[in-house]
Write a protein that binds this ligand. Sequence first.
Ligand SMILES: [Zn+2]
Length: 430
Amino acid sequence: MRFKLKIIYYWLQIQFAPKLRSREAIEAFQVKKMNRFAFKTLIKSKFYQPYFIGNKFNWTTVPQISKTEFMAEFNQINTLGIDLNEAMKVAIDSEKLRNFKNDLNGVTVGLSTGTSGKRGLFLVSENEKANWVALVISRVIKPRLFRKQKIAFFLRANSNLYSSVESSLFEFKYFDIFKPIQELLESLNHYQPNILASQPSILMDIALAQKNRTIHISPIQIISFAEVLHKSDKDIISSIFNTKITEAYQCTEGFLGASCKHGTMHLNEDFIRVDKEWIDENKFYPIITDFSRSSQPVVKYKLNDVLEIKNEACPCGSKLLAIEKIIGRDDDILIFDGIKVYPDLIARKIALHTDSFQLYTIEQTGSKELHINIACNEADFENNTTLFKNALNDLFKDFGITEIDYHFDNNIASIKGNKTRKIKRLSYEN
Ligand SMILES: [Zn+2]
């Protein structure tokens, strides 16, 4: 009950928050919030304590970080004195056993891979969880009075972040995307959700099954997250189900934004400050400071995503930053004899097996052919090829895929110069 009361508390806070009617109002609001965040949270972080001078926190000298530094300084950054190795063990054990009781002293520990392929670890406290739920309820999920919403949630890991949302208003069913799609479709059909939430590549599979009459479901809302939703796919999915698609920009680093009723993605700038590292006049890398965090502060953290800004004002009237599209994380899917394997499953499997390298590319060059380039020392190469093969065979086995022809390379230079995707399907078309 205590957790539900917390959700209500945060939900009320969001409802009664001051209306931010201009960019100036947003800026002023953020300055106030960030100052409060420094003295409430950053003061407890060993990493950020040196940036307090007298009674001021010196935001200008705080370093910009990426996932690499964020993990290297894990013990110093988190405010709860949690040790990286201990937390990593909890996260890996729970993922391997797929039991997801990944709690450490009441804090949820989550594992992430992300585009760099390097393992990351995220901590979420109960308060943060309640705040997240409140924000998702107010920005993403359509309210439906007096009736319980059944939500089908397709995830690669059931962090108890999600299953904790259960209440008299919502019922969550988690679908483990490590399972074969046929099995998932059957249980989805049986469940008959009101709301369907998944990554777009799986939404496409579900939509096609609906079209082929393999399944028959009638969701009133579809939520897309975790991958780029291409316009063509969006049109197909919404026409098959005759409903609009809400896009949520959710990653392990936080819940960054959601699309409004006009379909424009607005960033949650009332919780996260977004600085921009411009690539050209429309595209940028977001550098985020999440002033709602408390267990593991996210400060001037550069994401790998490339975002394109929307220049026209949105008719919904919101002044929160509007995004034309999320360009990054636009991963391809590998296809073997018609069986699809999603890139985040591959990256995740590899991250679970080893952490001795950050850079690799996997390219599908034939129906059963993979070219894998690993950036590592020559001495480690042979061992790494074995680890890769084992990790991938282990994953493919679950899909009934066998006899993959692997080609390995140890060409660091070609990877470093390669800003494109880590996993992609090349000439081979299914
Ligand atoms: Zn809008």
